[in-house]
Design a protein around this ligand. Structure first.
Ligand SMILES: Nc1nc2c(c(=O)[nH]1)N[C@H]1C(S)=C(S)[C@@H](COP(=O)(O)OP(=O)(O)OC[C@H]3O[C@@H](n4cnc5c(=O)[nH]c(N)nc54)[C@H](O)[C@@H]3O)O[C@H]1N2
Ligand SMILES: Nc1nc2c(c(=O)[nH]1)N[C@H]1C(S)=C(S)[C@@H](COP(=O)(O)OP(=O)(O)OC[C@H]3O[C@@H](n4cnc5c(=O)[nH]c(N)nc54)[C@H](O)[C@@H]3O)O[C@H]1N2
Ligand SMILES: [Mo]
Length: 705
């Protein structure tokens, strides 16, 4: 018997990017565990990935190319060869290109895997060469990134490991124990040493229950809370004037803006008492180093970007950046010298190519947009579950004349509608390099086992497609290792002493940015903004709303932008009882659809162990809201609005504030009671910045009828 251990990396779209060790016996992976030597993973994985080998060897895996035999959506397919699949695709695409032009073909991808080679940008170069419509990918954090860039610039800002030195930690719109689990030990250690941990979330989550103080504000009112804190800090002169003078711009204007947000008014807006707002502001200002960890969930409202802007002003105002463990944590991804444009080749996008946002897939497929879409190519994503307007999207996918190709591990709710399904390898069967948006380690994923069946990595799939379509550029002929060498700027000082061969021995390497004790990049300003300072008043606002190139691909520029407000403000939710009384008369409850503890977006929503852990789709409702509607615990209820309707099991609990209900995302439509899941209810509206989603900005009614 041969046995070996192989270093890998968790592939998922999660800040933790765990270093994994796979045990392989006689060519079969028998165990996947966390690498005990990794300073962030520390030997543990999570309920999603602990049994990753069960995903790999699931009898439901797609292992061969498939061609549809039944009606769209019926999930009936026959096995075909790769040559037949590539021939079908070439024939259909050539006909579409001849008749309607390449714009009629739309790629659709997100982060099923986060690998630099196989992830977000894996197919960009191929589709750009073809001249296909550009898919604008703003599922996640694009609003927050825009806001953070406008205020602090693209900076890693703070090492999550240095939270052990923080004295005051605000976890703002993040459920760390579910969505960023491996950060929790660092926070818990600080807490043990006396730091106060504050959670700002409408829901008493697993994380909020471990906090010293849980502030259950009304959803979508975070900007008002942050501006209220700024108001108090300035009013009570808790400002670090020296830091403000040397390292910020726009203090006087910020002061004037914050004057509009006195504590009593903010209490009205947020539902948090004026006394609590004062205490929060005072403690944050005076307990140094204080730090904010913001969650992606902060952006999912009409004014989410402005909330991030206001929050990002706070640390500079009180000088938190001076000390290790102080500041605001957004995404350390900006420390990784990734050559995004080399990955995507936006220089190949023909002038005038339409850009179609991911949120508009339903509209794009049902002919509501100018560009007529005749073919959809999905990889690394499951839009039927994760995109809004689920009903419309399914209608679009049912179109007989639409040619849909899906590359997948499983016949997902989206793959069911495919004409051709292509088999994709899992992380144990592919080579990749991983950045992280939650720590400062570069991780190498080496294949532990041979690909099962005829599955291929996305890189190989696009090589085959390029060859079949006659794209002869050498770009499409590179091996995975050659692609890895091209993908990063290896000469960047943060990669000093790190290369593929050293990574093969260690599995991971910390970027050369200093240790968690001395990574304090903004002790003396040095922000990568146009002024080099924290821009309370943003100079980039003059250029208008932006979608960062990572999601949009560099050269597809926005229309010359209308200048936007250079100061953070409170933009009320589109849908809330406070701001839309008419709508609230019919739909009085604000629905949040956060992440499930046991799923990774919709991934694992089909696997026994995770389904067992998650239980049936539920909705958490406050006892007062339940009794008003005659709803009892564990009853199946209907959640609905004008956009759609789903069913869920009611969980009556004080964990959620009155007026808000919580129904987690990730469940598969196929297994639901009605064929629809939470995104049948979500709105397609964009938030204020970066074309971000507004999932949490949703009014509904709940009934037992
Ligand atoms: N287990 C698990 N982990 C994951 C994922 C997963 O699906 N499952 N997905 C990964 C991905 S892609 C992402 S983007 C991250 C997301 O990580 P998080 O940002 O933590 O994601 P959510 O769970 O959606 O939301 C966190 C909390 O925000 C709260 N919230 C909602 N609206 C508001 C608001 O207006 N204000 C405030 N203050 N709080 C609000 C919700 O009640 C929820 O408890 O997680 C990653 N990690
Ligand atoms: N209501 C609501 N909707 C949301 C959110 C929310 O909080 N609430 N969150 C949003 C956010 S933050 C995000 S990031 C998105 C996530 O949206 P997606 O990135 O689409 O996430 P998944 O649903 O996990 O779908 C990924 C798919 O890729 C497949 N896959 C995995 N690895 C590979 C591979 O190597 N190759 C190929 N070809 N396929 C692979 C998986 O099997 C899976 O079906 O959802 C968004 N939608
Ligand atoms: Mo995300």
């Amino acid at each position: 018997m041969t046995e070996k251990q192989v270093f890998g990396a968790c592939p998922h779209d999660c800040p933790d990017t765990c270093s994994m060790v796979t045990t392989v016996k006689d060519g079969r992976a028998t165990e996947v565990r966390g690498n005990p030597d990794h300073p962030f993973t520390k030997g543990g994985l999570c309920v999603k990935v602990n049994n990753y080998q069960d995903r790999v060897y699931s009898t439901d895996r797609v292992l061969y190319p498939l061609r549809r035999t039944g009606a769209k959506g019926a999930g009936e397919f026959e096995r075909i060869s790769w040559d037949q699949a590539l021939d079908d695709i070439k024939r259909r695409w050539t006909a579409i290109i001849d008749q309607d032009g390449p714009n009629a073909i739309l790629p659709y991808s997100y982060l099923g895997t986060e690998g630099i080679l196989n992830g977000l940008n894996s197919g960009d170069a191929f589709f750009n060469k073809m001249g296909a419509s550009v898919s604008e990918r703003t599922f996640c954090d694009s609003g927050a990134i825009s806001a953070f860039f406008m205020t602090c610039g693209p900076t890693a800002a703070i090492d999550p490991e240095s939270f052990v030195h923080s004295k005051y930690i605000i976890l703002w719109a993040i459920n760390t124990i579910s969505t960023n689990l491996h950060h929790w030990p660092f926070i818990a250690e600080a807490q043990k040493k006396g730091a106060k941990v504050v959670v700002i979330d409408p829901m008493a989550t697993l994380t909020a229950k471990q906090a010293d103080w849980h502030i259950a504000l009304r959803p979508g009112t975070d900007a008002a809370l942050a501006l209220g804190m700024i108001n108090i800090i300035i009013d009570e002169d808790l400002v670090d004037h020296d830091y403000v003078k040397n390292y910020t711009v726009g203090y006087d204007e910020l002061k004037e803006r914050a004057a509009d947000f006195p504590p009593e008014k903010v209490a009205e807006i947020t539902g948090v008492s004026a006394d609590d707002i004062r205490t929060l502001a005072r403690e944050f200002a005076t307990t140094q180093p204080s730090v904010i960890r913001m969650g992606v969930a902060i952006e999912r409202h009409a004014g989410g970007g402005n909330a991030v802007r206001a929050m990002s002003c706070l640390p500079a105002l009180v000088g938190s950046w001076r000390q290790c463990g102080g500041g605001i944590m957004h995404m350390p991804i900006w420390a990784f010298p990734i050559k995004w444009d080399d990955l995507s080749r936006p220089d190949w996008i023909p002038e005038g190519t339409p850009v179609i946002n991911q949120w508009r897939l339903g509209s794009a497929l049902t002919g509501e947009l100018e560009t007529k879409i005749q073919s959809l190519f999905v990889y690394n994503s499951n839009p039927v579950v994760v995109a809004p307007e689920q009903e419309k999207l399914i209608k679009g996918l049912e179109r007989e004349d639409l040619f849909t190709v899906v590359s997948e591990h499983f016949i997902t709710d989206t793959a069911r509608y495919a004409d051709i399904v292509l088999p994709a390898t899992t992380q144990l069967e592919q080579f990749d390099l991983m950045f992280s948006w939650g720590h400062l380690y570069l991780t190498l994923n080496q294949p532990a086992i041979a690909p099962l069946g005829e599955s291929v990595p996305n890189t190989e799939m696009f090589r085959r497609l390029a060859h079949s379509m006659g794209f002869n550029d050498p770009y499409f002929k590179r091996s995975d290792e050659e692609m890895a060498l091209d993908a990063l700027d290896w000469s960047n000082p943060v990669l000093e002493g790190i290369d593929l061969s050293s990574l093969k021995t260690t599995g991971y390497a910390r970027l050369k940015v200093g240790s968690p004790e001395d990574f304090v990049p903004h002790r003396e300003g040095n922000f990568p903004t146009p002024s080099g300072k924290v821009e309370f008043k943003s100079s980039m606002a003059a250029g208008g709303n932006m979608v960062v190139p990572l999601f949009r691909q560099g050269y597809v520029a926005d229309q010359p932008g209308q200048a936007i407000d250079p100061l953070p403000n409170y933009i009320p939710p589109n849908e809330s009882p406070q701001t839309n009384a008419d709508l609230a008369a019919r739909y009085p409850l604000n629905m949040l659809s956060p992440k499930s503890h046991a799923f990774l977006n919709s991934s694992y929503g089909n696997l026994d162990e995770q389904l067992h852990h998650a239980g049936e789709q539920m909705v958490v409702i406050n006892p007062a809201d339940a009794s008003e509607r005659g709803i009892v615990d564990d009853q199946v209820v209907k959640i609905f609005n004008d956009r759609g309707s789903i069913e869920a099991v009611a969980k009556i609990s004080e964990d959620i504030r009155q007026g808000v209900v919580v129904s987690p995302m990730g469940y598969w439509a196929k297994n639901s009671r009605t064929g629809f899941t939470v995104n049948a209810i979500s709105p397609p509206a964009f938030a204020d910045y970066g074309n971000a989603p507004t999932f949490s900005d949703t009014l509904v009614e709940v009934s037992h009828g």
